[in-house]
Design a protein around this ligand. Sequence first.
Ligand SMILES: [Zn+2]
Length: 162
Amino acid sequence: MAAQVPELWRTQLCIHGSGHRNHQGDYCSYAHALWELLPPDESTQRFTTAWRDGKVDRWYGQPMEAEQIFRIYTYACELHPADVPVWVRGALFYNRFRLNRQHTVSRNWSIYDQFMPWDYGLHADQLLLYRMRLEKKLPFEEPSDLWTTLRKRKAIMSEDCL
Ligand SMILES: [Zn+2]
Protein backbone atom coordinates (compact mmCIF):
# COMPACT_ATOMS: atom_id res chain seq x y z
CA MET A 1 0.00 0.00 0.00
CA ALA A 2 1.30 3.41 -0.91
CA ALA A 3 1.75 6.13 1.70
CA GLN A 4 -1.18 8.49 1.85
CA VAL A 5 -1.25 12.27 1.74
CA PRO A 6 -2.47 13.69 5.09
CA GLU A 7 -5.80 14.73 3.58
CA LEU A 8 -6.53 11.08 2.80
CA TRP A 9 -5.53 9.59 6.16
CA ARG A 10 -8.05 7.03 7.34
CA THR A 11 -10.25 7.29 4.27
CA GLN A 12 -9.63 3.58 3.50
CA LEU A 13 -9.70 0.45 5.62
CA CYS A 14 -6.28 -1.18 5.98
CA ILE A 15 -5.97 -4.40 3.96
CA HIS A 16 -3.71 -5.80 6.70
CA GLY A 17 -6.64 -6.01 9.10
CA SER A 18 -7.75 -4.48 12.37
CA GLY A 19 -4.66 -5.61 14.32
CA HIS A 20 -2.20 -3.76 12.06
CA ARG A 21 -0.56 -0.53 13.28
CA ASN A 22 2.80 0.05 11.62
CA HIS A 23 3.79 -0.10 8.00
CA GLN A 24 7.48 -0.29 7.07
CA GLY A 25 8.50 1.50 10.25
CA ASP A 26 5.86 4.22 9.96
CA TYR A 27 2.52 4.58 11.66
CA CYS A 28 -0.08 3.13 9.29
CA SER A 29 -2.31 5.90 7.99
CA TYR A 30 -5.17 3.62 6.99
CA ALA A 31 -8.22 3.00 9.20
CA HIS A 32 -8.26 -0.18 11.31
CA ALA A 33 -11.87 0.04 12.46
CA LEU A 34 -15.09 1.15 10.77
CA TRP A 35 -15.54 3.99 13.28
CA GLU A 36 -12.09 5.38 12.35
CA LEU A 37 -13.06 6.02 8.73
CA LEU A 38 -13.17 9.65 7.61
CA PRO A 39 -14.02 11.47 4.39
CA PRO A 40 -11.07 13.21 2.67
CA ASP A 41 -10.18 16.59 4.16
CA GLU A 42 -11.49 18.80 1.37
CA SER A 43 -11.48 22.06 3.28
CA THR A 44 -8.83 23.55 0.97
CA GLN A 45 -8.70 21.29 -2.08
CA ARG A 46 -10.80 18.70 -3.91
CA PHE A 47 -10.03 14.98 -3.97
CA THR A 48 -12.45 14.03 -6.74
CA THR A 49 -10.26 11.18 -7.99
CA ALA A 50 -10.10 9.60 -4.51
CA TRP A 51 -13.91 9.42 -4.47
CA ARG A 52 -14.06 8.15 -8.04
CA ASP A 53 -11.26 5.58 -7.70
CA GLY A 54 -12.65 3.83 -4.61
CA LYS A 55 -10.30 5.37 -2.03
CA VAL A 56 -13.10 6.50 0.31
CA ASP A 57 -14.53 3.57 2.27
CA ARG A 58 -16.85 5.66 4.47
CA TRP A 59 -20.14 5.44 2.57
CA TYR A 60 -21.97 8.67 1.75
CA GLY A 61 -23.97 7.23 -1.13
CA GLN A 62 -21.05 7.24 -3.58
CA PRO A 63 -20.66 4.34 -6.01
CA MET A 64 -18.37 1.70 -4.53
CA GLU A 65 -16.13 -1.01 -5.92
CA ALA A 66 -16.97 -4.59 -4.96
CA GLU A 67 -13.61 -4.80 -3.16
CA GLN A 68 -14.56 -1.81 -0.98
CA ILE A 69 -17.85 -3.39 -0.02
CA PHE A 70 -16.12 -6.63 0.83
CA ARG A 71 -13.54 -4.77 2.99
CA ILE A 72 -16.39 -3.06 4.88
CA TYR A 73 -18.19 -6.37 5.25
CA THR A 74 -15.04 -8.11 6.55
CA TYR A 75 -14.48 -5.45 9.23
CA ALA A 76 -18.20 -5.52 10.13
CA CYS A 77 -18.05 -9.27 10.71
CA GLU A 78 -15.56 -8.68 13.55
CA LEU A 79 -18.24 -6.74 15.46
CA HIS A 80 -21.30 -7.79 17.37
CA PRO A 81 -24.24 -7.07 15.03
CA ALA A 82 -25.55 -4.40 17.43
CA ASP A 83 -22.23 -2.51 17.15
CA VAL A 84 -22.21 -2.25 13.35
CA PRO A 85 -22.54 1.47 12.42
CA VAL A 86 -25.77 2.55 10.73
CA TRP A 87 -23.96 3.77 7.59
CA VAL A 88 -22.32 0.32 7.25
CA ARG A 89 -25.75 -1.32 7.27
CA GLY A 90 -26.84 1.12 4.57
CA ALA A 91 -23.78 0.40 2.42
CA LEU A 92 -24.28 -3.36 2.77
CA PHE A 93 -28.04 -3.12 2.15
CA TYR A 94 -27.68 -0.99 -0.96
CA ASN A 95 -24.78 -3.03 -2.39
CA ARG A 96 -25.97 -6.44 -1.19
CA PHE A 97 -26.56 -7.94 -4.62
CA ARG A 98 -23.16 -6.92 -5.96
CA LEU A 99 -21.44 -8.29 -2.89
CA ASN A 100 -23.24 -11.62 -3.04
CA ARG A 101 -22.29 -12.11 -6.67
CA GLN A 102 -18.60 -11.54 -6.10
CA HIS A 103 -17.95 -12.82 -2.59
CA THR A 104 -19.12 -15.42 -0.16
CA VAL A 105 -21.24 -13.74 2.47
CA SER A 106 -22.16 -15.77 5.49
CA ARG A 107 -23.69 -13.21 7.78
CA ASN A 108 -27.24 -11.94 7.37
CA TRP A 109 -27.79 -8.52 8.92
CA SER A 110 -31.38 -8.05 7.86
CA ILE A 111 -32.98 -9.01 11.18
CA TYR A 112 -31.37 -5.90 12.73
CA ASP A 113 -32.11 -3.67 9.74
CA GLN A 114 -35.80 -3.33 10.54
CA PHE A 115 -34.80 -1.01 13.41
CA MET A 116 -32.61 1.23 11.24
CA PRO A 117 -33.78 4.58 9.78
CA TRP A 118 -35.27 4.20 6.31
CA ASP A 119 -32.29 6.00 4.71
CA TYR A 120 -29.69 4.65 7.17
CA GLY A 121 -28.94 8.25 8.12
CA LEU A 122 -27.61 8.96 4.62
CA HIS A 123 -29.36 12.33 4.30
CA ALA A 124 -27.78 13.62 7.53
CA ASP A 125 -24.37 12.23 6.51
CA GLN A 126 -24.58 14.03 3.17
CA LEU A 127 -25.49 17.30 4.91
CA LEU A 128 -22.29 16.99 6.95
CA LEU A 129 -20.30 16.50 3.76
CA TYR A 130 -21.82 19.68 2.25
CA ARG A 131 -20.85 21.66 5.33
CA MET A 132 -17.29 20.37 5.45
CA ARG A 133 -16.37 21.05 1.84
CA LEU A 134 -15.13 24.23 0.26
CA GLU A 135 -17.46 23.57 -2.67
CA LYS A 136 -20.95 23.13 -1.31
CA LYS A 137 -21.84 20.07 -3.39
CA LEU A 138 -21.35 16.34 -3.24
CA PRO A 139 -17.90 15.21 -4.44
CA PHE A 140 -19.33 12.30 -6.42
CA GLU A 141 -22.11 11.36 -8.81
CA GLU A 142 -24.80 9.40 -6.95
CA PRO A 143 -26.00 6.12 -8.47
CA SER A 144 -29.32 6.87 -10.21
CA ASP A 145 -31.31 4.28 -8.22
CA LEU A 146 -29.95 5.15 -4.77
CA TRP A 147 -32.82 7.21 -3.37
CA THR A 148 -35.42 5.18 -5.27
CA THR A 149 -34.16 2.05 -3.53
CA LEU A 150 -34.16 3.72 -0.13
CA ARG A 151 -37.66 5.18 -0.63
CA LYS A 152 -38.93 1.70 -1.56
CA ARG A 153 -37.55 0.54 1.74
CA LYS A 154 -39.35 3.43 3.47
CA ALA A 155 -42.65 2.42 1.83
CA ILE A 156 -42.26 -1.20 2.96
CA MET A 157 -41.41 -0.07 6.49
CA SER A 158 -44.49 2.20 6.57
CA GLU A 159 -46.75 -0.71 5.52
CA ASP A 160 -45.35 -2.79 8.36
CA CYS A 161 -46.43 -0.12 10.85
CA LEU A 162 -50.10 -0.11 9.74
ZN1 LIG B 1 -2.59 -0.75 8.60
